[in-house]
Design a protein around this ligand. Structure first.
Ligand code: NAG
Ligand code: NAG
Ligand code: NAG
Length: 200
């Protein structure tokens, strides 16, 4: 049996469209994860130096089996509303694919209902801002199916601040850049000498 080419093309286009138009809305997710993090309300932490320990577990008041589709837990560092103001590139969008609230990945771990803990040194490129921590449970298709967070629904409690590295370790950074440059120059010099020796 012959299948018209146009039919194939249309089907392909349709499947692409369906594939890309599928979207998960944050407001549709249930908060079934209990997430805590070590920073205290209002604490100021230094990027590249200080650590955050995150723990998470399934809230057992939800019926057993609610978590049967959970495959992976993704822990994210998220901007609090005060650090999103006038910054469209950090905007919260209910459609998670377009959401910019939580751009900083802390860790991804296979799902377990309890005994989950992870200690993260705040990465050096994390900008100065006020943050909270959110966890997403994703299924085998990598779609978000549930969440939990260290703050309340209004994102107003348990917020902490990260101070970026800029202006703190500048001298150290300059020293390491100079050192790298020196290594490259000496390596180049070494090869040059070797080449000259080879020619002789
Ligand atoms: C959230 O919970 C409700 C009620 O238990 C359930 O009907 C719904 O499917 C859940 N949503 C998701 C995304 O799992
Ligand atoms: C667990 O879920 C229930 C029902 O949604 C909620 O009332 C309770 O506060 C949650 N427990 C924690 C520790 O968040
Ligand atoms: C969690 O850890 C404790 C202590 O390490 C252990 O006794 C317990 O069995 C663990 N629970 C699960 C569900 O792995």
């Amino acid at each position: 049996m012959e299948v018209p080419a146009s039919f194939v093309v249309v089907s392909l286009l349709l499947s692409c469209f369906v594939g890309t138009s599928y979207g998960v809305y944050f407001s549709s997710l249930n908060k079934t994860l209990i997430v805590t993090a070590t920073p205290k309300q209002g604490q100021v932490l230094k990027a590249g130096e200080d650590k955050i320990t995150v723990t998470w577990r399934f809230n057992k008041t939800y019926p057993a089996g609610t978590d049967s589709s959970y495959k992976t837990i993704k822990i994210k560092l998220c901007y609090a509303p005060v650090s999103q103001k006038d910054r469209s590139w950090r905007k919260t969008v209910d459609l998670l694919k377009k959401d910019k609230t939580c751009p900083h990945k802390i860790v991804a771990r296979p799902y377990a209902a309890s005994n989950n803990t992870f200690t993260w040194t705040i990465e050096r490129d994390i900008p100065s801002a006020v943050y909270f921590v959110r966890a997403f449970a994703v299924n085998a298709e990598d779609q978000q199916v549930a969440y939990g967070q260290t703050t309340d629904a209004h994102k107003s409690t348990n917020l902490f601040e990260v101070q970026a590295i800029t202006g703190r370790h500048v001298s150290l950074d300059v020293a390491s850049i100079c050192f790298s440059a020196f290594s490259i120059v000496s390596l180049a010099g070494f090869f040059y000498m070797e080449k000259r020796k080879g020619k002789k």
